[in-house]
Design a protein around this ligand. Structure first.
Ligand code: ASC
Length: 148
């Protein structure tokens, strides 16, 4: 039993310390994973956008719940851009300009964190402003790193 438990622990530790690319069985899985994470994030972000743009009535609790999901999802895609996972809509610059790509990731994670804070303030104007700043961080990265 102890031996089984220590084997399981060793396997978990190895999984955590492996390079990100090795966490996906194949490159297509990494591409699907990052596209899925960005899709889910986009769905919840657009629900906030609908409120920010006045297409649906402002609902503070819904905005806060959606913004929390956006902020969590924003952390996920990046581990799936490892070496050997070129493809999808990604431009080669993702791998050629890794430092710049990382700056965009960090900026987007920071903006979505601020969006979650703004959404909890229950103030539509603060939400609108931070929705715009967050969308700007999405767009800036897409302009340089995503094929349309
Ligand atoms: C969205 C969404 C994006 C961004 C981007 C901002 O709602 O899905 O990718 O905003 O369009 O320009």
């Amino acid at each position: 039993m102890i031996r089984l438990a220590s084997f399981a622990l060793a396997a978990v530790c190895a999984a955590i310390s492996l390079p990100a690319a090795a966490q996906f069985a194949k490159p297509e899985d990494a591409i699907k994973y990052r596209q899925s994470a960005l899709f889910v994030m986009g769905q919840h972000f657009s629900r906030i956008g609908a409120m920010a743009n006045g297409r649906v009535p402002f609902d503070a609790a819904a905005a806060a719940a959606n913004a929390d999901i956006v902020a969590e999802m924003a952390k996920l895609p990046w581990a799936a851009f490892g070496a050997g996972t070129e493809g999808g809509k990604s431009k080669p610059e993702v791998w050629k300009e890794a430092a710049k790509f990382k700056e965009h990731q960090d900026k987007m994670i920071a903006e979505t964190g601020k969006l979650a804070v703004a959404a909890k303030a229950g103030n539509i104007d603060a939400l609108k402003a931070q929705f715009g700043a967050t969308a700007g961080s999405c767009k800036a990265c897409h302009d340089s790193f995503r094929n349309q």
